[in-house]
Design a protein around this ligand. Structure first.
Ligand code: PMP
Length: 339
């Protein structure tokens, strides 16, 4: 019997990894729900093929660029990223025949940087510089695109990012909660997740609250509550979030609540979830969950609150899951967020 590939172009209803972005489970965070009398639910975005919420934006940006003709077959995609968008663009890019060049600040976790290299991205690590500095990683990516005629994904200001969440994350959450959701909580990196998801949910029901959970050292809390994006005091170890400007993806979004979350609350949340519920998450997920708990305490009981479990703790073993590192930073993983 012949078992070689007689017809290579045979069509199939089975999909490659680029067909399996999204449709992630909604996980009940039991302790946080029971302690607050609310349903606190986490969208398990770490289960995407590239391991983060940014796979949705990466796929959305690639599909949009293919449609507009900006991305030719075999082209190179270049992007400035804290890591996860680069991982998404590389994984999904490979599945669709592109190569990737990733510009990443050297302050990001060594796990993400070596993962990007292993996945086959060409990685350029650069010094961490503010957006106003021409040496900022985004500006370097834009210049590389111009000089080499590569495609620049431009996740911060490319609206295909939030559109991906508007078309997928929001409708999935609406369906998974049978329309009972009261509040959606997310931190801001590009703002694509918060804006796209919240706008979709508010279109279904304008009473769904959009809630921003902001780390210290970022400007979103002050933008949403005081109307000016000034960077507040302090700093955060959360990677992938902490925005200092109003990106295009945030334009037109109004939120109902904004909270500033100290790193200790986020550390308490993720270590408690690991010990007590078997969930292994990165620190931005902790900022989100701590924000959801604050909303539950202020507006509960009886609310259904959804937040994003952005990525896995495996990308941060040498930092937020390293006891010595935590001790050096004055962070206590044994403190629980709720009793
Ligand atoms: N958490 C992590 C770990 C991320 O990498 C990012 C994206 N940079 C976010 C949260 C924020 O997502 P968004 O860019 O959609 O605001």
């Amino acid at each position: 019997m012949e078992c070689g590939p007689a017809v290579l172009t045979v069509s199939s209803s089975y999909l490659g990894v680029d067909g399996h972005v999204g449709r992630t489970p909604l996980v009940r965070l039991r302790h946080f729900s029971e302690a607050t009398g609310c349903e606190i639910l986490g969208k398990a975005e770490f289960m995407n093929p590239g391991g983060s919420v940014k796979d949705r934006a990466a796929l959305g940006i690639i599909l949009d660029a293919e449609k507009s003709g900006a991305l030719a077959p075999g082209a190179t995609i270049v992007e400035g990223t804290a890591g996860n968008t680069g991982i998404g663009l590389t994984v999904i890019g490979h599945a669709r025949g592109y190569r990737s060049v990733i510009v990443i600040p050297e302050t990001q976790s060594p796990e993400k940087i070596s993962l990007l290299r292993t996945l086959g991205a060409e990685v350029l690590t650069v010094a961490e510089k503010p957006y106003s500095d021409p040496g900022n990683y985004n500006h370097i990516a834009r210049r590389l695109a111009e000089e080499n005629r590569w495609y620049w994904a431009n996740q911060f200001d490319n609206l295909a990012n939030r559109q991906a969440h508007f078309l997928t994350t929001g409708p999935e959450i609406w369906e998974q909660t049978n329309g009972t959701i009261d509040a959606f909580v997310a931190a801001v990196g590009t703002g694509g997740t918060l804006a796209g998801t919240a706008l979709a949910l508010k279109e279904k029901n304008p009473l769904v609250a959009a809630v921003c959970a902001d780390p210290y050292g970022a400007a979103m809390w002050s933008w949403f509550t005081l109307g000016n994006p000034s960077v507040n005091d302090g700093d955060s170890h959360a990677e992938g979030i902490g925005q200092s400007r109003l990106t295009r993806n945030l334009e037109g979004l109004t939120v109902d609540e904004a909270y500033r979350i100290p790193d200790q609350e986020a550390i308490s949340a993720i270590h408690q979830l690991l010990r007590e519920e078997g969930l292994f998450l990165g620190l931005s997920s902790g900022i989100n969950i701590a924000g959801a708990v604050r909303y539950a305490r202020e507006h509960g009981p009886g609310k259904t609150i959804v937040t994003i479990l952005c990525d896995s703790g495996a990308k941060y073993l040498s930092k937020i899951y390293d006891r010595k590192w935590l001790e050096q930073e004055g962070l206590d993983p044994d403190l629980r967020l709720v009793s």
